[in-house]
Ligand binder design. Structure first.
Ligand code: RFL
Ligand code: PHB
Length: 389
């Protein structure tokens, strides 16, 4: 079998890339290790930048997001028991959209099916070969039978634990990492959200975030210890902890109910450089991870894929390698700015084991400055809605 681009991974990065390439007439095959239901069962991102929604439109997968997504003009920062609104629209002219990653993935899967494109789910032992030559190929097992696809390019969209980055010889890649000394415990519940906008809270007991999937489904997070296990967090303990961290008005209004999902995610910043290795490219979480505090992970996967799809379009339509040669530097320049923003938000909002009273006061001073200064608010808002690309 032969195709132009083999995409490894059917998460948002791989599915979006597949659709954009198809729109440019570039045929592609996706190889995914898991089943579609498994991929759809992963509860992750919820907040999309306007630029990401435009990409979904270009991928013929944006219609439901426009119908069902919740457009947010701002969000709130809470500290010292009070909430302060950041008006994103006033500061930037832009908004954000609440639309779950599971829905994004489902819409992209449906669009791919409608376009009649090939996705091999439950592909085992996916292995990229010869990407440092002009004849790359990818081998895999399906139902125990060995297959191989010859291609022009390989796109590694297989997330942080994927095979693409792991296939690169250590001398060809440099990695940068910060692991944070806490995690996020998240729950989903079929209860109305406590507020119509997101509330990020800095509290002496630790960070919390009130977000949502719809006006009937809430998503809440509390900072937890890395040693914690979900079994140690029955629903009553979660709601009790969240209430303690919220400002009095929100704590009063909070409607609790049974959780329908509960999981713990460790927080990490990670970047691999470069993002191109001969005829293999990395995109999305395969190349970089950000802590979820700035809501940037899925949106960065979107910008990588936009740069990559345009570079490949240029290669095929204009017979020019300029785009693919520039891909890594272009993507990394945006990635590092989002890594910086997510690291900064994380540092300002969480309780660190060694911060002491001095560190806690510095955080409050920074938050106070942020909500009191138009210049600082504008900088926060500009990064939160997503830097241009
Ligand atoms: P994914 O989603 O991990 O998809 C990779 C796919 O590759 C497959 N795979 C393989 N396939 C074949 N062979 C192999 N050897 C393979 N190894 C792996 C996997 O099965 C999978 O299907 O990466 P992708 O596509 O780059 O997408 C990235 C996003 O998923 C991620 O950045 C976001 O979820 C991060 N994130 C958020 N991002 C936002 O932009 N806004 C948010 O509000 C937001 N909130 C979050 C988040 C992530 C969170 N967690 C759990 C880490 C909230 C949380 C709690
Ligand atoms: C979410 O809705 O899950 C979400 C929103 C904003 C974040 C992180 C996660 O910063």
């Amino acid at each position: 079998m032969r195709t132009k681009v083999v995409i490894i991974g059917a998460g948002p990065a791989g599915l979006l890339l597949g659709q954009l390439l198809h729109a440019y007439g570039i045929d592609n095959v996706i190889l995914e290790r898991q089943s579609p239901d498994y991929v759809l069962g992963r509860i992750r991102a919820g907040l999309l930048e306007e630029g990401t929604v435009v990409l979904l439109d270009e991928a013929s997968a944006g219609a439901r997001a426009h119908r069902e997504g919740l457009v947010h003009d701002g969000f709130e920062l809470a500290f010292g028991g009070k909430r302060h609104r950041i008006d994103l629209k006033a500061a930037t002219g832009k908004t954000m959209m609440i639309y779950g990653q599971t829905e994004v993935t489902l819409d992209l899967m449906d669009a791919r099916k409608a376009a009649g494109l090939t996705t091999v789910y439950e592909a085992a032992d996916v292995t990229p070969h010869d990407f440092d030559t002009d004849h790359p190929r990818v081998s895999y097992l399906k139902d125990g039978i060995a297959h191989e696809i010859a291609c022009d390019f390989i796109a590694g969209c297989d997330g942080f634990h994927g095979v693409s980055r792991a296939s690169i010889k250590p001398s060809a890649i440099q990695t940068f990492e910060r692991v944070y000394p806490f995690g996020w415990l998240g729950i989903l519940s079929d209860t109305p959200p406590v507020s119509h906008e997101l509330i990020y809270t800095n509290h002496a007991r630790g960070f919390s975030l009130c977000t949502m999937r719809s006006m009937r489904r809430s998503r809440y997070y509390v900072q937890c210890s890395l040693d914690d296990h979900v079994d140690q967090w029955p629903d009553e303990r979660f709601w009790d902890e969240l209430k303690q961290r919220l400002d009095p008005e929100a704590a009063d209004k909070l409607i609790t109910g049974p959780s329908i999902e509960k999981s713990i995610a460790p927080l990490r910043s990670f970047v691999a450089e470069p993002m191109r290795f001969g005829r293999m490219f990395l995109a999305g979480d395969a190349a970089h991870i950000v802590p979820p505090t700035g809501a940037k992970g899925l949106n960065l996967a979107g910008s990588d894929v936009r740069f990559l799809s345009q570079a490949l379009r240029e290669y095929y339509d204009e017979k020019s390698s300029a785009g693919i040669d520039a891909y890594s530097a272009k993507a990394l320049s945006r990635v590092w700015k989002a890594v910086r923003f997510s690291w900064w938000m994380t540092a300002m909002m969480h309780k660190f084991p060694d911060q002491g009273e001095f560190g806690a006061r510095i955080q409050v001073a920074e938050l106070d400055y942020l909500v009191g200064s138009q210049a600082a608010t504008a900088s926060l808002a500009e990064n939160y809605v997503g830097l241009p690309y």
